[in-house]
Design a protein around this ligand. Sequence first.
Ligand code: TZP
Ligand code: MG
Length: 221
Amino acid sequence: MTALDQRLQRLARARLYAIVDTGYVEPERVPHVTGQLVLGGADLIQLRAKKLSLIAIAELGKKMRGIIPSEGREARVLFILNDHPELVSEMGADGIHVGQDDLSVAEARARAGGDVIVGKSTHSLDQAIAAEKESADYIGVGPIYATPTKPDYAPVGTALIGQVSSAVRVPQFCIGGIDEATLPEVLAAGARRVVIVSALLQSGDIPAYCRRVRKALEANF
Ligand code: TZP
Ligand code: MG
């Protein structure tokens, strides 16, 4: 099995996707928070650092990679970088995430070294279908609810969840304003996988929060 096949196999089983966003977590706290997310059972962990230099992102990414096991039976969590495919191999990340205004999936994959996961943000049914055609390995769908983490985007609402899951086969992660309060509605709308950013990062007990969300997701699968 190739490295990419192994990554895709882990992706297929993934339910909970956490993002370490440096808008919420100071760089010095990133290693601790990453360890807490691994402990809680997040399946994917993304580094999203919109305001850091490339050098700082690469440094932080290498620290995260040291905490997220990458080999052997411990290699359960996929480590994804937002936005900078050229840093992926240096950091040893498992994948890259791009938005609608970023590089194409093929270009991001090529720049990241080829055998990596490529995820793409989508905000409508048409974009979700197009991302699958473009060979994205997974898609984000949202923001489901309005969220301060991505303030300039209009919420797409829960109705899109069912429409996208009927139309695409690629794993679909619902994102935006998801927390323990909104999760039941998101699950009732058909979500099987979610991304949680601020609610997780701001919770007093990250591992416990992860475990409760995982339990709800698994009960729904
Ligand atoms: N893309 C769509 S919504 C979003 C991104 C990166 C932010 C989600 O953050 P939160 O804090 O979980 O609402
Ligand atoms: Mg981007």
